[in-house]
Write a protein that binds this ligand. Sequence first.
Ligand SMILES: Cc1ncc(COP(=O)(O)O)c(C=O)c1O
Length: 435
Amino acid sequence: METINPGTIGKANVFENTLDFARHLDNEDPLKAFRGKFYIPIIQGKECIYFTGNSLGLQPKTAQEYILSDLEDWANYGVEGHVHARNPWIKYHEMFPEKLAPMLGALEEEVVVMNQLTINLHLLLITFYKPVKERFKIICEAKAFPSDQYALESQVLLSGFDPGKSIIEVKPREGEHIIRNEDIIATIKEHGNEIAVIMIGGVNYYTGQVFDMKTITTVAHEVGAFCGFDLAHAVGNIKPELHKWDVDFACWCSYKYLNSGPGAVAGAFIHQRHVENKSLRRLTGWWGTNKENRFKMEKTFDPIPTAEGWQLSNSPILNMAAHKASLDIFEEAGFENVVKKGKKLSAFLLFVLDDINASCSKKIIEIITPRDESEHGCQVSVLMLEKGKEIFESLKKNGVIVDWREPNVIRLAPVPLYNTFEDIYKFGQIIKNML
Ligand SMILES: Cc1ncc(COP(=O)(O)O)c(C=O)c1O
């Protein structure tokens, strides 16, 4: 049996890069049965090693049943399904805050499931980015996901300001890959009362870095700015404390770690401090108005005093059915367990990657994700120092689905609900055999 120096995570886990050891970790995994609840894509007749749950989560086997049930109700009731469906459509979205709030550290009234991520970001910026001559800047991370960059730029233009002067990006230092939290804080302090809003990805999509959302929010408030996060890569992956940290707003998508399917309905968080404030600027639609009066079809918009007050349209029920299927699995698994296993999977992956480097005459992989457990979730991003594209292509041929980001980064995300420690071990062996 091949054994190398044991690796550690915290003080609790000691790893070995062996098949026996990976299987031992799988055997003692309290979530091991959950893999069976998902369809694992098949490549060359075998279940693949799927490390792209950070891009599109796998399909829960129950999703079809949940969607079929709503299709049946539509067939049976037509428009009456709004009130008579098994989950009446008129209040279908109301089931989600209870499921999502504990995963976000939020209160139920602060959470709403609606639209898509970029749309929600725009809706929230309409409320929280109201630049004036003296206070007009947005602080964001350099190389934010392009959709976020476009959204920020267009909001600045809509308000009649110059994106070049208004958007301040915090970059990694020369020769570094991650953005230091201290540099974000320093930038906020430097621009101080010129800042209208800070909008950062809670977990950076490229490096997998978890930002210090708590401190960033505190410092943002000290300079009088609002603070919000794009949680696309955080939700279902790490556990934020949005309410306690006093975050003003956040939004996320549900097709990554939340496994709710391509183009799944997204979500938004608006802090309790703001939800009752009816005077806040917002874009409005009939689904955001007071429910008692909604069907009176009156002219006056009276916002619901919860995050629902930011809704525009009635809910995409079939899409929400898949969301419910997935969130029911999270509930059954217990989110604490999901986060705990995520940490262990990524720690094992880091260990295996280190072992690959150690077994080569020179380093071929540079890990760009911070190693500190509190600074990453499931995702580990690696800079391929040699043969990057070649390795990426052959991984696919060997039944491993990972994600390639130009110029030479492979993102790996073993996710707790369906990935195994054996997946990670096998992945390591496949790479070793390519070198
Ligand atoms: C960080 C981030 N922001 C925005 C988006 C765009 O999301 P959508 O197409 O759901 O608006 C993505 C998509 O992957 C993302 O990862």
